[in-house]
Design a protein around this ligand. Sequence first.
Ligand SMILES: C[S@@+](CC[C@H](N)C(=O)[O-])C[C@H]1O[C@@H](n2cnc3c(N)ncnc32)[C@H](O)[C@@H]1O
Length: 285
Amino acid sequence: MDAKVQRRIQRYGWDKAADAYEAGWKNSLADAQAELLRMSDAGPGERVLDLACGTGLVTFPLAEAVGPAGRILATDISERMVDAIRRTAGERGFTQVDAFRAGAEALVGVPDASIDLVTCAFGLMYVPDPDVAMAEALRVLKPGGRAVFAVWGERAKCGWAEIFPIVDARVTSSVCPLFFRLGTGPVLAREMEAAGFSAIETRRLTAYLPYADDRAAIDAAFIGGPVALAYDRFDDQTRAAAHREYLDSIAPFRTAEGYRIPGEFVVSRGHKDAPGDFQAGDDAA
Ligand SMILES: C[S@@+](CC[C@H](N)C(=O)[O-])C[C@H]1O[C@@H](n2cnc3c(N)ncnc32)[C@H](O)[C@@H]1O
């Protein structure tokens, strides 16, 4: 699919999803975000760029870690997400957080070699050219700086994955054609290596997405996430049919308390080489 169309679907889709996002996904993503924060190891005074920041679930813990002497640039393709993060930063007094709208592939205005740490939690799956986004991350990182990316894992291990074919069957262009690609096998680490990151470390985590009932599972999948734009255009009949199909697809994960849907996450960290770093293949003699 044309990258421009894909970016527009994401931009306006996440505008629609912004208000429902945390209710639908905060609990489900918490373990993976905690792992990303642990691997980020942000410290006082650092300059951090949080790509695809959403409502700030990762941004604000980073802001706490860097403290008032640090700086967080929080960027997202969705204006509504940027509005949300600015609002929360104001309410919580995080003056070190600056939020602005930007696609991850074009960080206009962020100078070369100005950032200690780049993070991106659950954003790269939506970016049509993740290799370009990784090259941008490397451009803005200082030599010796690091990047940590989290994506969803293997499709077969994500019990909610049928949402995409269910929605795609009812729209003209697919919503997220390559959603599970980066989380499959070693793809994320390989792409980071190809982009130029070194010393890459990867963790694969299993989680369970808890939903109290059908309504909560439906709202998270259709309203609070990437298919929100397509769903917004469905009539009542189409919505009812899509809900039925989705509930059938997650029926195996129904429990006495609602749903416990399996999910898998991949978190990888890589570094930008500093001058003098030893390169594999260098002649050490
Ligand atoms: C699942 S949310 C993740 C938000 C946040 N990082 C978190 O962990 O909660 C995905 C975010 O990616 C953003 N996004 C999608 N495509 C993007 C792109 N090309 N560039 C930057 N952000 C993008 C969406 O607007 C959305 O806020």
